[in-house]
Structure formats: structure tokens, C-alpha cells
Ligand binder design. Structure first.
Ligand SMILES: Cc1cc2nc3c(=O)[nH]c(=O)nc-3n(C[C@H](O)[C@H](O)[C@H](O)COP(=O)(O)OP(=O)(O)OC[C@H]3O[C@@H](n4cnc5c(N)ncnc54)[C@H](O)[C@@H]3O)c2cc1C
Length: 305
């Protein structure tokens, strides 16, 4: 069994964990980034909206980040899954799937969220290529194109005006009967947005590019892109296991500084925010890292004074 003494164990090496590692490495902290390498946007070819990296592939983004962080020798990368955590502020114990154990003064959960795509035949083939979840990430590439929005209820009435900023040529499929009120239906009618409630039978595509959505009632809707709402689940069960409070949607509850309710435990990125963007995750990671670093330095200062 391999043992390491760390200032900070960062669990998760996406934009949040990597930016935290950069800040902590530059602050001369002894850090391990434990990452199993399954980021949320792995299905996409291009990630957008990160200044200086617009259009980069997610794997290239990670490669550059790891190369830059490697300049700071107190940061190590561990390609493994953290499977258990115990202990308390000043001494956490983390075990990995491959049998490594780490002891760490502080822990940062940057474990992201996982998407569970809808169970629709043909969706997996287009997901990340012409079916997406976020118009800020992929709306520009589909601007003015005919789109299908798969969504329902209150969320749909928020999403319809949002997506209209990228394309007015969209059709809504609720994939089964929806409980929209008469007023909501009238609103969609006023905006000339077609609404279909028949369940979706399949999504037809060529090389990942959607051609049409076929409904059980035999309606076919030609389109060039899809936006849908996947079910989101926490990237890891470890925050809950160590006692972190979660929201009813599974997000780790943090304060403005990235602190959870468990002393010494922090969280950043998609795992702890409703703004699911790489640059927002990186920013949260950087902020939490500075707060952790400050806490470590204050503790050392008091011990030594
Ligand atoms: C289809 C799609 C397209 C997207 N496109 C864009 C885009 O164009 N631009 C943009 O800004 N954002 C985009 N996003 C959102 C973006 O992917 C996320 O906001 C971002 O990845 C969040 O970063 P993160 O570091 O919080 O989590 P992630 O990037 O998800 O990284 C979390 C990491 O933690 C690891 N992990 C989890 N649990 C453990 C564990 N127990 N042990 C070890 N490792 C663990 C995971 O394997 C993963 O590598 C997209 C998302 C999706 C789903």
C-alpha cells in the first residue's frame, strides 16, 4: 500500500480540479489530483466559451492543463478512482480503487456531475455531435438551424425563450403528455412554436448528425440539431459519504468560498454550482484553492508563533 502526506487532495481533474491544482502548486502546496478521467463533456468534439481556448477538444484542454501544472513539482496526478473517505479536518484518509491510500489535511471535491441521457433510440449516436444540453456551449454552431427541443413543464417554458436567441426555427417534443397549462400552451402558440406530445420513437441520423425525430404517432420532424435535458446525478458519492449537505438535485452545498458544512472539505465546479460551464468551474476551483491555501497558511502561522 502506497501512502502519501498531502496538504490537499483534489478529487476530480476537470477544469475545476485542474485550476485548483495550478493555484495550489504555485502556492507551494503538496497536492495530489486524483482523477478517473471521465469528464462530463467527454462526448463532445469541441468545447466553447473558454477565453483563449474556444473550440478546443476536451482531451486537448486537459493535456495542456496537465502540461502547465507539471511545472510545479509539488503537484502529482493520480489516474485512479477515489472510493472512500474518512477522517476530519487536518487528517483525511482517502482510498482508491487501485489500493492506494492518501492522507491529506484538506479535501477539494471537484467531481463534477454525470449526465444520464434520456432513453430514446438513436440519441446516443448524436449526443455531443448534434444533440446537446447547453446552448451557451453549442448554440452558436446551430444558429438559425431547424432544431428540436426535448423538454417539458416549467423548465420548458424557461428554455423556449432562451433557445429562441439562437434559432427561431425550433419545435418542441415533450416525449409524452405534458402538464402545460392553457396559458403556457397559448404562449407557445403566440410565438408559433410547434408542440408535439407524442412519445419519441427514434432519432435518425447520419454520422452523428441528426436528420429527423420520429414520433410514435408517425409524425416526422426534420431537424439539424437537438437540445435536451438529461438527468443529472452527482459525479461521486464521496461528498455525501463524508457528511456534506447536498441540495435536492444532488449538488454539494457550499458557501461563497467553496466551503462545505464539513470543516476542511471544499467543493467546486459542476458538483457545487448551477452554472455548468468549464470557465465557471475553473474559476470556482481557483477561488476554492486560494481559500484553502489561506486556511493552511493561517494554521501553520498559528502553530509556529
Ligand atoms: C455535452 C456537453 C457539452 C458541453 N460543452 C461545453 C462547452 O462547449 N463549453 C463549456 O464551457 N462547458 C461545456 N460543458 C460543460 C462542462 O463539461 C462542465 O461545466 C465542466 O466539465 C465542469 O468541470 P468540472 O471540473 O466541475 O467537472 P468535470 O469536467 O466533469 O470533471 C470531473 C472529473 O472528476 C472525476 N471524478 C469524479 N468522481 C471521481 C472519483 N471518485 N475519483 C476520481 N475522479 C473522479 C471525473 O471522472 C472527471 O474527470 C458541456 C457539457 C456537456 C455534457
Amino acid at each position: 500500500m502506497e501512502k502519501q502526506l498531502l496538504d490537499v487532495a483534489i478529487i476530480g481533474g476537470g477544469p475545476a480540479g485542474l485550476n485548483a491544482a495550478l493555484v495550489l502548486g504555485r502556492a507551494r502546496k503538496n497536492v495530489a489530483v486524483i482523477d478517473e478521467g471521465r469528464p462530463r463533456n467527454a462526448v463532445t468534439r469541441e468545447a466553447h466559451g473558454f477565453l483563449t481556448r474556444d473550440g478546443i477538444s476536451p482531451s486537448e484542454f486537459r493535456r495542456i492543463a496537465q502540461e502547465e501544472i507539471s511545472a510545479y513539482p509539488s503537484v502529482s496526478f493520480v489516474a485512479d478512482t477515489a472510493v472512500s473517505i474518512a477522517g476530519e479536518d487536518g487528517q483525511f484518509h482517502i482510498a482508491t480503487a487501485q489500493g492506494k491510500t492518501f492522507e491529506s489535511k484538506k479535501v477539494l471535491f471537484a467531481v463534477g456531475m454525470k449526465d444520464r441521457p434520456l432513453d430514446i433510440p438513436g440519441l446516443a449516436e448524436v449526443y455531443g455531435k448534434s444533440a446537446f444540453v447547453c446552448p451557451y456551449c453549442d448554440g452558436w454552431e446551430l444558429r438559425d438551424e431547424p432544431l428540436v427541443v426535448i423538454n417539458k413543464g416549467a423548465e420548458l417554458m424557461h428554455f423556449a425563450p432562451l433557445i429562441s436567441g439562437w434559432s427561431n426555427r425550433f419545435t418542441i417534443c415533450t416525449n409524452g403528455p405534458d402538464e402545460l397549462t392553457d396559458t403556457q400552451r397559448e404562449e407557445l402558440l403566440r410565438h408559433r412554436v410547434p408542440l408535439f406530445e407524442s412519445p419519441i420513437q427514434s432519432i435518425d441520423s447520419n454520422d452523428g448528425i441528426v436528420r429527423q425525430v420520429v414520433l410514435v404517432d408517425r409524425t416526422t420532424i426534420p431537424c439539424r440539431g437537438i437540445f435536451f435535458k438529461p438527468e443529472l446525478v452527482p459525479g461521486s458519492d464521496l461528498p455525501r459519504a463524508i457528511g456534506c449537505h447536498l441540495t435536492d438535485t444532488g449538488m454539494v452545498v457550499v458557501d461563497d468560498f467553496g466551503k462545505t458544512n464539513v470543516p476542511g472539505v471544499y467543493s467546486a465546479g459542476d458538483a457545487a454550482s448551477r452554472m455548468h460551464q468549464a470557465i465557471a468551474a475553473a474559476s470556482m476551483g481557483a477561488f476554492a484553492a486560494a481559500v484553502i491555501n489561506n486556511e493552511l497558511n493561517m494554521e501553520a502561522w498559528s502553530r509556529n508563533g
